[in-house]
Design a protein around this ligand. Structure first.
Ligand code: R5P
Length: 311
């Protein structure tokens, strides 16, 4: 079966790098907006009988990128593709994975079900919770960038470093970094006040005099990380904070809010198109090799290495 790679408009650079690592070209796909906001999609290459990979993180604008992915998948299906895999390095709506109050949808499940109707398989990277993989009725391959991010930290690791989980949801993520780097862990008790505002109510672990490495799955408005850093500074950590997250969205004024804090390095991947944050000490780890490795394994019906699994 021939392998074909196509990209939506969410992160064409990552798609091109992934295709290049696979030794193929990212195929032509016409994507344009009609004046009324409707999308027009046309796959320009033959895909009949092909093993197709559609690379599209559903980053903001999430609804548009999601619809683009669905329409690309439908176009490939109707054109006779044998297998269609969505490569979604970032899965939007992942944080709406359960009902926390009454009369709410489980949006992550709705999206997984809609995608399952048009796809054969999905590849994700550091889902907000691994449970989401189970929302798909097709095979899901949840990968993790934590080993790559941890290895990127290793060369400049301060001797007094401590891994910090900025909220209880990040405890497992923090533990994975701590295990790889052989470091202690501290946990913060975060309470979310609104979409942008959070407050830290407590710190478990000794952070005074240590260089914190705050780890999470994502940075959106930056509220979680910023409150964590302020709480750590209040508790006399060393003013040399490292921030690590797989998905660096930096929405709204996140970049400006980080600029006034004692942050020495912000490490993210290119799961979403890297934000224009000129004044921040941002380091971006590329995912193309990892995605290409996973695509190669699946194309050849081989297992994906255990190292890259989210669990
Ligand atoms: C929450 O559970 C997530 O893991 C992140 O901590 C959070 O969603 C990041 O969003 P923000 O940057 O807006 O605080």
């Amino acid at each position: 079966m021939e392998l074909s790679v196509f990209s939506g408009r969410a992160n064409p650079k990552l798609a091109a790098e992934t295709a290049s690592a696979l030794g193929v070209e990212s195929g032509g796909c016409l994507l344009e907006d009609f004046p009324d906001g409707e999308l027009r999609v046309e796959i320009e290459a033959c895909v009949r009988g092909h093993d197709v990979y559609l690379i599209q993180p559903t980053s903001p604008p999430i609804a548009g990128h999601l619809l683009e992915l669905l329409l690309m998948a439908d176009a490939c299906r109707r054109a006779g593709a044998s297998r269609i895999t969505a490569v979604m390095p970032y899965f939007g709506y992942a944080r709406q994975d359960r009902r926390s109050q009454g009369r709410e949808p489980v949006a992550a499940q709705v999206i997984a079900e809609v995608l399952s109707a048009r796809l054969s398989r999905v590849i994700t990277v550091d889902l907000h919770t691994p449970t989401i993989a189970g929302f798909f009725s097709i095979p899901a391959e949840p990968l993790t960038a934590i080993p790559a991010l941890a290895e990127a930290l290793r060369p400049e690791l301060p001797a007094d470093a401590i891994i910090v989980a900025p909220d209880l949801g990040a405890v497992k993520v923090a533990q994975r970094y701590a295990d790889r780097l052989d470091l202690p862990v501290a946990y913060l008790h975060k309470v979310r006040l609104s979409g942008e505002e959070v407050s830290v109510r407590g710190v478990v672990g000794e952070v005074a005099g240590r260089a914190p490495i705050v780890v999470d799955d994502m940075i959106s408005t930056g509220g979680t990380m910023i409150s964590a850093i302020e709480a750590l500074v209040d508790r006399n950590c060393r003013p040399a904070v490292t921030v690590v997250a797989t998905h660096g969205l930096f929405v709204g004024d996140a970049a400006q809010r980080f600029a006034s804090l004692p942050v020495g390095k912000i490490l993210v991947t290119d799961s979403v198109r890297p934000a224009a944050v000129a004044r921040l000490p941002l380091e971006v780890i590329g995912l193309a090799e990892m995605l290409a490795g996973a695509i190669r394994s699946l194309h050849e019906d081989r297992s994906i290495g255990h190292q890259q699994r989210q669990w």
